[in-house]
Design a protein around this ligand. Structure first.
Ligand code: 9Z3
Length: 312
């Protein structure tokens, strides 16, 4: 069992695209650090826990990556260079607005053989234009880098590699750890190579605890960065105490607590000094406002205060 993070890395291989991602990250971070930019790492979506090496079955969780994808758009608006580290096929900034049939429904098809054209409907232009404009600004200026993970082990490798690149930013780095990372996994040396067969009878699957990466992340990897973690609960009576426990244990800057059931309209900020709630009113929800807009502006305000203190 790898309850210690170093043991985890020594007993789990990096993902196959790891070196490619590392190069992309290094290039991205060096370029933006030279310009003295503020940078945010957003982790988003859920990790999987494979039950076989040639994975047919895996343990997953509910997160679609809405929080992370929406937050990325707001951080870009606040002028942050953004690393969007997300679960493959989870929601992504900008494209999230056009999931499912929405995109097709905005288009008109004019079939004229080789002269066929596709146009955006006028009401579609109103929706698409402002989002496309922000997307192009981020993309064309190289202000966002997308890297993805699937398993909890991929996530671990990628997170450490990102931190190695972020350390050079000192206090200008903000880590916004919104991914729903599995607390439990089956170590690589305890899963079969091939698909489990029902002929072998009911499988006996023993989950182990994953090591808590926040510990080395805060104390060793990015000691000057402003680290924000999220705490998810389903029982309101323990939300604040659990969030504060995490803050006391890892000594980072902020825990954003949220309940599974109400996470779209209410969160609690737990800081070393106090707790306060951010709540979307019914009217704000009705007007299409997203809670990530206020979460991000509050996190940014806290980060800017922190940068000022570090300078003096
Ligand atoms: C969160 O609590 C996120 O806010 C959500 C966002 C996953 C609830 P959606 O993707 O949901 O918008 O649907 N993320 C952290 C979850 C987590 O695994 N936290 C760990 C814990 O609670 C600590 S880092 O123990």
């Amino acid at each position: 069992m790898a309850t210690h993070w170093e043991e985890f890395y020594s007993s789990h291989l990096p993902p196959i695209d790891f070196e490619d991602n590392r190069k992309l990250l290094q290039e991205f971070c060096e370029r933006h650090n030279e310009n003295n930019e503020k940078i945010v790492l957003i982790t988003s979506g859920g990790t999987t826990v494979p039950l076989e090496h040639n994975t047919v079955r895996f343990v997953d969780n509910f997160s679609a990556g809405t929080r992370g994808a929406a937050s990325a758009e707001y951080f870009l608006e606040h002028g942050y260079v953004t690393i969007f580290m997300h679960r493959l096929k989870s929601l992504e900034p900008f494209t999230r607005h056009f999931n499912g049939q929405k995109f097709m429904d905005m288009l008109d098809l004019n079939e004229r053989g080789p002269n066929t054209t596709i146009t955006v409907r006028p009401d579609g232009v109103d929706v698409l234009a402002p989002i496309l404009s922000r997307y192009k600004a981020a993309q064309d200026n190289g202000r966002i880098l997308y890297v993805n993970f699937t398993t909890v082990s991929d996530y671990f490798w990628l997170l450490r590699a990102v931190c190695e690149c972020l350390a050079q930013f000192g206090a200008r780095a903000l880590l916004y750890l919104a991914a729903a990372v599995s607390d439990f996994y089956v170590p690589a040396n305890q899963i079969p190579t091939h698909k489990m067969q029902s002929g072998g009878g009911p499988p006996n699957i023993q989950l182990q605890l994953v090591p808590k990466l926040l510990a080395p992340l805060v104390s060793l990897w990015v000691p000057l960065a402003f680290v924000v973690s999220f705490k998810l609960e389903t029982d309101e009576s323990i939300l604040i105490s659990k969030s504060r426990d995490a803050l006391n244990k890892y000594k980072h800057k902020l825990v954003v607590g949220n309940m599974l059931q109400t996470r779209r309209t209410k969160v609690v900020f737990v800081t070393p000094d106090n707790n306060y709630e951010l709540i979307l009113s019914r009217e704000q929800v009705h007007n299409g406002m997203e809670i990530e807009e206020i979460i991000v502006s509050n996190v940014v305000a806290n980060h800017l205060d922190y940068i000022k203190i570090q300078k003096y």
